[in-house]
Design a protein around this ligand. Structure first.
Ligand code: CUK
Ligand code: CUA
Length: 660
């Protein structure tokens, strides 16, 4: 398809140039020529190259044409998630996750049940650093049902239901106040993995930094996901204590390595900083050793240990202690290059790729060799007694890819792609193993410059058992000179790269500035795997339970009922009125207000806002919402619908009067 467009374009350009001849044209030909001339004229006026025209043709999506892929990008410290269409790179949807979001009415009257699930010791935390999104998987492939994402800043995980693209659950990890190695799912989404990052005493306890080695610990938590309930089930979840190395990224094994989990780490030096006390600063202290450790965790065996009750409880979470993990052969360490980053399991589950960050290589570990080394045993242990497998025994290959390698994804042609932060480029390299590209060996194939400072990359379905390839998105931290200057705070730049052609052909074909937090990582799913609802299935739908709320107000049943100081308002919304239109109450009343949007038409969303009381709702067709507040301030409050829903939208309002 893409090849066809490219050829077509070149043909059109050639024809247009060839038309500059003196023969007389029929009127029909003249009209065609006028069209083509206009097209060529624009290209000339704007100084577009052939590559530019190819890029435009590959990404331009005519009105009404749908995108082939949907990318879910984390919103960084905006606490949100963005759904972006590919190849058009159009922003399709913002999803409020850790942060109240007014357009969806999330956290302004409703949504508090979800947001408060992430309270920490009763303390409301209303922002997050949404970091690594993870689509739910079935047999290692995205199934389009759920999306998980971690909050790096506060150590939390959220669950988004992709039937309505809404956040259903936020769960706080009681062991830790930060995380990083999450969210990643096992191949059938039995577990959502949340690894820690900055070591601390487990259970959010206090200990001075000079007790770092004895009391501070790393951890990884395995949150059990109940697919039917659409929720993480904390009662079936457990964690594992790890040495106080900074566990960084994690990835679940798949296919041959299913049942194992891999986490890389940094700071095996166990540096605690303190330049003011004459210690090496963190950035030097954590990079002194020539090696850090890749962790291999036997999750299947760990689950058996958890189910046998061989855990201790810390802050309500069952934890497999480090000693238990060692005694049950659950944990192995393998050297990684200095200051490593990223751990990405290849589609076959047979190889694990770790980047060097301060080393221009990626290192490829063989799962079979790891298993052989485990079976052979080792006499090398870290200071906590965790067995260390030698690098020679588990390494398959190293590929020199460039400066500052970070993250790797895969396509369906046996290539791997690694982001190069310092080079501001993406490298394509061949995987020289059976099932990939044995004919090419483990070698660098090509690099494409990106603008600038790339962190993660995402290839279409590029971390599943069957990557699509075709497109790669480079999530760049800096945009510097790519866009009109809107002041010193600049957007991130997401660049779409065409990787459909093999060999050394890779081309940046679109730049998307995003101005909300730092879109950190993304996953790209084939659009036809998503089955979102057009409207809620039935009138009176409660999105939190994904079922009809028996207390929902149905048409003809609208009412205002007083019970002592509590006033129940049962309202419907339909173009272009709310029923009832008047609500007269007393100061000091407690108000319980239910509104059902009884529309069945697509896109017939109504908003609802009450001034002063901070109420702002988005009520989608079929949805019912209930919110409560105390009528503390008397006065006249005009509510109105905030969505321009019809010609008489301005009239879609009502009065609430509160008598002193
Ligand atoms: S980590 Cu930042 S670029 Cu937080 Cu996903 Cu690698
Ligand atoms: Cu409903 Cu405007």
């Amino acid at each position: 398809m893409m090849k066809k467009y490219r050829i077509l374009l070149i043909v059109v350009v050639v024809i247009a140039v060839g038309m500059v001849s003196s023969r007389a044209f029929t009127p029909q030909e003249e009209s065609v020529q006028a069209q083509e001339s206009r097209w060529q004229q624009i290209a000339e006026e704007r100084g577009l190259t052939e590559d530019d025209l190819v890029a435009a043709a590959m990404t331009y999506t005519p009105s009404g044409v749908m995108d082939e892929y949907v990318m879910f990008a984390s919103g960084g410290h905006s606490g949100q998630v963005f759904a972006i269409g590919l190849p058009s790179m159009r922003l399709l949807r913002t999803i409020g996750v850790f942060t109240p979001e007014p357009w969806q009415g999330y956290g302004f009257g409703v949504g508090e049940d979800v947001l408060s699930g992430g309270d920490i010791d009763g303390q409301p935390v209303r922002w997050g650093d949404s970091h690594h999104p993870a689509l739910s998987e079935t047999e290692g492939d995205y199934d389009g049902q759920f999306l998980f994402i971690n909050d790096k800043a506060n150590g939390r995980i959220a669950v988004i239901d992709l039937r309505d693209f809404e956040t259903k659950q936020i769960i706080n990890n009681p062991l830790y106040l930060n995380d990083h190695g999450g969210a990643f799912v096992t191949p059938n989404t039995e577990y959502v993995i949340e690894g820690g990052q900055y070591a601390q005493p487990l259970g959010d306890a206090y200990a001075p930094l000079d007790e770092y080695q004895s009391v501070y610990r790393g951890m990884v938590t395995f949150w059990k996901f109940d697919r039917d309930a659409g929720r993480i089930d904390p009662a079936q979840s457990f964690a594992m204590e790890l040495p106080p190395y900074w566990q960084d990224l994690c990835d679940a094994g798949k296919r041959v390595s299913e049942g194992w989990v891999f986490c890389n780490s940094l700071n095996t030096e166990m540096a605690t900083g303190g330049i003011e006390e004459g210690n090496p600063p963190f950035e030097a202290g954590v990079s002194r050793n020539t090696h850090d450790f890749l962790h291999a965790i036997n999750l299947d065996a760990a689950t058996a240990v958890f189910e046998a009750g061989n855990t201790v409880e810390i802050a309500g979470m069952p934890v497999i202690t480090l000693d238990t993990a060692i005694a049950n052969n659950l944990l192995y360490l393998m050297p990684e290059s200095r200051s490593p980053h990223g751990i990405d399991v290849a589609p076959g589950g047979d190889y694990m790729v770790v980047s060097g960050k301060l080393d221009p290589h990626v290192t490829i570990y063989s799962f079979q060799k790891i298993m052989d080394a485990v079976a052979a045993g080792t006499s090398d242990f870290d200071s906590y007694g965790v067995p260390i497998l030698s690098l020679e025994s588990v390494m398959e290959a190293q590929v020199e890819v460039g400066l500052g390698p970070l993250h790797t994804q895969f396509d369906g042609q046996g290539y791997a792609y690694t982001s190069l932060f310092l080079d501001s480029a993406v490298a394509r390299w061949s995987m020289g193993a059976e099932g990939y590209r044995p004919q090419d060996g483990w070698t660098l194939q090509a690099k494409v410059p990106v603008q600038y400072n790339v962190g993660h990359i995402a290839v279409a379905e590029g971390d599943t058992v069957s990557p699509d390839g075709n497109y790669l998105v480079s999530l760049n931290k800096w945009s510097i000179d790519r866009f009109f200057n809107t002041g010193p705070l600049l957007p991130q730049n997401l660049q779409l790269v065409d990787i459909s052609q093999g060999g050394d052909a890779m081309q940046v074909i679109y730049d998307l500035p995003l101005t909300a937090g730092e879109p950190h990582y993304a996953q790209i799913i084939k659009a036809d795997k998503l089955q979102p609802w057009d409207v809620y299935p039935e009138v009176g739908w409660d999105p939190l339970t994904q079922s009809v709320d028996e207390n929902a107000t149905q048409q003809g049943e609208e009412s205002i009922v007083r019970d002592g100081n509590t006033v129940y308002i049962n309202m419907t919304a339909v173009r272009s009125h709310f029923t009832p239109e008047h609500v007269d109450i007393q100061a000091g009343d407690h108000v319980v207000w239910n509104i059902t949007n009884i529309e069945r038409a697509r896109d017939a969303t109504h908003g609802f806002s009450i001034p002063f009381y901070g109420i702002n709702l988005s009520i989608e067709p079929g949805e019912t919402v209930t919110f409560e507040f105390d009528a503390t301030r008397p006065g006249v409050f005009a509510w109105y619908c905030t969505e321009f829903c019809s010609a008489l939208h301005l009239e879609m309002m009502g009065y609430m009067t509160i008598q002193p």
